[in-house]
Design a protein around this ligand. Structure first.
Ligand code: HEC
Ligand code: HEC
Length: 310
């Protein structure tokens, strides 16, 4: 095989020139290198795909702390105590609001209380400025008590049950781009809203996404069930989750081993592709049979023989 190939080569290119023959070997090394690299890459991708756990399983964190162990009234009473200590200065003794300090919470609903307390926005430090996300001041049991108290003040939005795994990623992305990206930026990386700041959504849990949609904190509009139903909320929450995994945003993660190895793999893949292209171009030029003498398929056959028998 090798011999035939050399002959073809010397005939096509420069008859009688010894050193040229060598060039026939070079592409074959490149070829083997490229093939080996590709095989390795494919194996790597297969292992990574296999090793990666399915991302769809709903986690315990997705399920809101809806049903408490305590009776609702006992919980609301406990919440009332906490409210007297931490909230009345701005929201008033009956939670009906204090002019210039804080709004009435009658009808604000459990969703608003849960959102503002879990994102640490309440208790606010300052009046008159946008409340920002902070570590929560209260623990889980205290938050549930305060939520029960605010909920007992009057009908308002309940804490939504958000299940990102039931949503559709593509729908979530288009809904987000339509309704949210104008303020929060594409990819939910944050942006400006008129008169305020729309935070990045990197820390928002699915439940908080659903609550923000129903409550409309600060300058954010609230979206009713008619505008975005619970399926839409699931889809948006799923998309927001995707934006929280930046290494997956542009492709697929390789077992989440970090940006450097993933970049390296992409780089290697590019090099392998270039080598292959170089090899193919070289083969075209070098291996083309003379116009009239070679039977059809000869070049292909010699190429294959070379791969099989190095
Ligand atoms: C320093 C004053 C201040 C304190 C203290 C404070 N709040 Fe607020 N609260 C505000 C202001 C101002 C707003 C309106 C902010 C906004 O619209 O985002 C607000 C908004 C809220 C809302 C949203 C109301 C709605 O209609 O959506 C809830 C719920 C809330 N506060 C609960 C609490 C609770 C519970 C506490 C006590 C743990 C508390 N706040 C303590 C000033 C305060
Ligand atoms: C008009 C601008 C505007 C639009 C449109 C908007 N938001 Fe917001 N959003 C805000 C602002 C401003 C805040 C901060 C509120 C605060 O600090 O109390 C916010 C807060 C949030 C938060 C809380 C983030 C955190 O880390 O605590 C979430 C989640 C959120 N928005 C989701 C959404 C989703 C989902 C949509 C689309 C359905 C949306 N927003 C549309 C302006 C907007």
């Amino acid at each position: 095989m090798r011999k035939g190939e050399r002959e073809t080569q010397s005939v096509t290119r420069r008859p009688g020139r010894g050193p040229r023959v060598r060039s026939g070997r070079r592409p074959s090394r490149l070829h083997r290198l490229a093939m080996a690299t590709l095989a390795l890459l494919l194996a790597g991708f297969a292992v990574a795909a296999w090793a990666q756990p399915p991302t769809d399983t709903p986690s315990a964190a997705d399920i809101p702390p809806s049903i408490a162990t305590e009776s609702p009234t006992a919980q609301a009473q406990e919440g009332r105590h906490l409210f007297e200590q931490g909230c009345v200065s701005c929201h008033g003794f009956d939670a009906e609001g204090v002019k210039g300090e804080g709004p009435s919470l009658v009808g604000a609903g459990e969703a608003a209380a849960d959102f503002y307390l879990r994102t640490g926005r309440m208790p606010a430090d300052q009046v008159g400025s946008e409340p920002l996300r902070k570590p929560p001041r209260y623990d889980d049991a205290q938050i549930r008590a305060l939520v029960a108290y605010v909920g007992s003040l009057g009908a308002g939005p309940a804490i939504p049950e958000v299940h990102p795994a039931l949503g559709s990623l593509s729908r979530g992305m288009s809904l987000f781009n339509e309704s949210c990206a104008g303020c929060h930026g594409t990819g939910a990386k944050g942006g400006v809203a008129i008169g305020g700041y729309a935070p990045p959504l990197g820390e928002a849990t699915p439940t908080e996404v659903g609550e923000a949609i129903r409550v409309g904190p600060y300058l954010m509009p609230r979206f009713s069930e008619g505008q975005l139903d619970s399926g839409d909320v699931d889809s948006i929450a799923r998309y927001v989750q995707l934006t929280q995994e930046p290494e997956d945003a542009g492709g697929f993660g390789i077992g989440h081993i970090g940006p450097v190895p993933e970049g390296l793999v992409a780089w290697l893949a590019a090099v392998a592709a270039l080598l292959l292209v170089a090899r193919l171009i070289g083969e075209r030029g070098a291996g083309a049979p003379p116009p009239d003498s070679a039977p059809e398929g000869d070049a292909e056959a010699s190429g294959r023989g070379e791969g099989a028998k190095p």
